[in-house]
Design a protein. Sequence first.
Length: 98
Amino acid sequence: MLKDQATDTLSTVTGQAKEALGNVTDRASETWDDVSKRGADYYRQGSRAVSNADSATVASLCIAGAIGFGIGWLVFRQKSYSGDYVARRMSDSSDRRY
């Protein structure tokens, strides 16, 4: 009697586990398909944007990036007179002390 109840309970739990695993697998597959479609759309949009840009726009973006990098390098690589780094002091000043 007790053995039959244990067997029934085990088969019920096994069936529920299989069903749950099937649901998770279906959701994962649907999510992967959705992410794949979105990625393809973003890639197409990016490709179109890059192909529509002329050489002057690309050159100006590269120059602006180089200038920004240079300014950042000058600010964050410079040591202060007290011997500590500017970046470390900026990081310390952003920590909240409650």
